[in-house]
Design a protein. Structure first.
Ligand code: TMP
Length: 213
């Protein structure tokens, strides 16, 4: 069985995390082994980097370098081995988040991000070179004003969650640009709908790709 890599994206407050477990259960019901993981994070080293990125003040380049360092470790230690074993990897955020948050939100150079993406996710088997990307990215698209309302009633905000709504408008726009550039990999989920409707949309998007019956 070949491995399957699915990422979940969206601005803070879009509600993606609650649907990851539901999708994991759907795959387990098919007899698949599922790895649930997240970025930044997923390995002991990457979790240490996550704590720094989410809590310490730093410039956009430092942030980008740290999330890509975390990603490198995560890919090497966890994601690639799981895919090689034929498992389903469900990852709460991946590189699109860097293009959205550091690129869109912080205004960091997208060309530099593309170079880092090539370095960190490059697969070179001699005959061909490619970039490791998710097979499918579920983008939970929500109006930033609505997301801010949801966040206001939730936990104590971290460094990103306490950003103003304009920051999230730029992040959301950058997600849209990523989807426009790589339409085959993305499925846009209307995240303003009820939890049940969003859950159904997630399953449908995965079925549409032929990954679930
Ligand atoms: P989470 O709260 O969904 O776990 O995500 C952690 C935060 O880190 C979220 O606000 C988005 C941010 N982030 C980046 O800024 N760049 C990245 O590359 C990733 C993966 C997350």
């Amino acid at each position: 069985m070949t491995g399957l890599f699915i990422s979940f994206e969206g601005i803070d407050g879009a509600g993606k995390s609650t649907h990851i477990e539901t999708l994991a259960q759907a795959f387990r019901a098919q007899g698949r082994t599922v790895l649930l993981t997240r970025e930044p994070g997923g390995t002991p080293l990457a979790e240490v980097l996550r704590t720094l990125v989410l809590n310490e003040a730093m410039d956009a380049m430092t942030e980008a370098l740290l999330v890509f360092a975390a990603r490198r470790d995560h890919l090497q230690q966890k994601i690639q081995p799981a895919l090689a074993r034929g498992e389903v990897v469900l990852c709460d955020r991946f590189t699109d988040a860097t293009f959205a948050y550091q690129g869109g939100g912080r205004g960091f150079d997208l060309k530099v991000l593309s170079t880092l993406e090539q370095w960190v996710q490059g697969i070179d088997d001699g005959a061909k070179s490619a970039i490791r990307q998710p097979d499918l990215t579920l983008w939970f698209d929500l109006d930033p004003a609505l997301a801010a309302e949801r966040l206001a009633s939730a936990r104590v905000p971290d460094k990103f969650e306490s950003q103003p709504v304009e920051f999230f408008s730029r992040v959301a726009k950058a997600y849209g640009q990523r989807m426009a550039e790589q339409p085959g990999r993305f499925a846009r989920i209307e995240a303003a709908n009820s939890r049940e409707a969003v859950g159904q949309a997630v399953i449908l998007a995965v079925q549409h790709k032929g990954y679930l019956p």
